[in-house]
Design a protein around this ligand. Structure first.
Ligand code: DGL
Length: 260
């Protein structure tokens, strides 16, 4: 199974997969050369996703792809599914769920600018009759803060508050927040700290596990990859800072892959 994201966001998806399907083997591709996807054009994201899958397919016998990124999924998932003949599972924001859970009818949706602008999200927001109650924040800054946190670097609460200011100033703040970027799962505690009341966080992690389980149900021993491999697309000093958190995910090898 190939799992990819522009950064460490997809690790939160991997964590959930490992917890629920312990015997699975995986290749994690950190496309740090192209981080952040949220600032890229749609055509770039589509071409990049195709390039990633094609490159890894040639190198390893992958039987499934997890696009562990809301930005890449909302923009390219439909195209990838048509383009490739292996199962491709994406991470797509499911806003309807928030409607069922909120108690005060105030919902927050936060994602990268590219995700918010994608036709997938725009269609769902305009279709929703309750859309007045969805407060949206489109930001490319929060994923960068998550990258810092995972490397144990300083996180500025002033910057964090600025991102959420629009919601903090509301007379009735959202009680339910949909995290529309896989990076944001690493910041739940910090986001909760800036609000003065308990927040319910939702994301698409569970549904990804459900889809993988469904696929593997009828296909025993479908895993052709026998070890766990961590790939990154660009070498920089920051990769070393990631190594200690990667231990937990039992990677047998860590290496660079050329995507340019
Ligand atoms: N983790 C990605 C997502 O879920 C986005 C981060 C980025 O901007 O690269 O949207």
């Amino acid at each position: 199974m190939l799992i990819f994201d522009s950064g460490i966001g997809g690790i939160s998806i991997l964590e959930n997969i490992k917890k629920n399907i312990p015997n699975i083997n995986y290749i994690y591709l950190l496309d740090n050369e192209a981080f952040p996807y949220g600032e890229k054009r749609e055509s770039f994201i589509i071409e990049r996703s195709i390039k990633i899958i094609n490159t890894i397919k040639k190198l390893y016998p992958i039987t499934m792809v997890i696009v562990a990124c809301n930005t890449a999924s909302t923009i390219s998932l439909d195209i990838l599914k048509k383009y490739f003949d292996i199962p491709i599972i994406g991470v797509l924001p499911l806003l309807d769920e928030t409607m069922r859970i909120t108690k005060n009818s105030k919902i927050g949706f936060i994602a990268t600018k590219a995700t918010v602008n994608s036709s997938y999200v725009q269609k769902r927001i305009s279709k929703n009759i309750h859309n007045k109650n969805i407060k949206i924040i489109a930001t490319n800054k929060l994923a960068k803060i998550a990258e810092k946190k995972i490397r144990k670097q300083f996180i500025s609460y002033i910057k964090l508050r600025k991102i959420f200011n629009r919601w903090l100033l509301l007379s009735v703040q959202p009680d339910t927040i949909y995290l529309g970027c896989t990076h944001f799962s690493f910041l739940k505690k910090e986001i909760q700290n800036i609000f003065h009341k308990p927040i319910i966080f939702l994301d698409s992690h569970k549904i990804v596990v459900k889809k993988i389980k469904k696929y593997f149900l009828n296909k025993k021993n479908n895993q052709n990859i026998k070890k766990n491999i961590f790939l990154y697309s660009k070498y920089d000093k920051n990769i070393n800072k990631l190594l200690c958190i990667l231990k937990k995910y039992e990677f047998n090898s860590i290496k660079k892959v050329n995507l340019s």
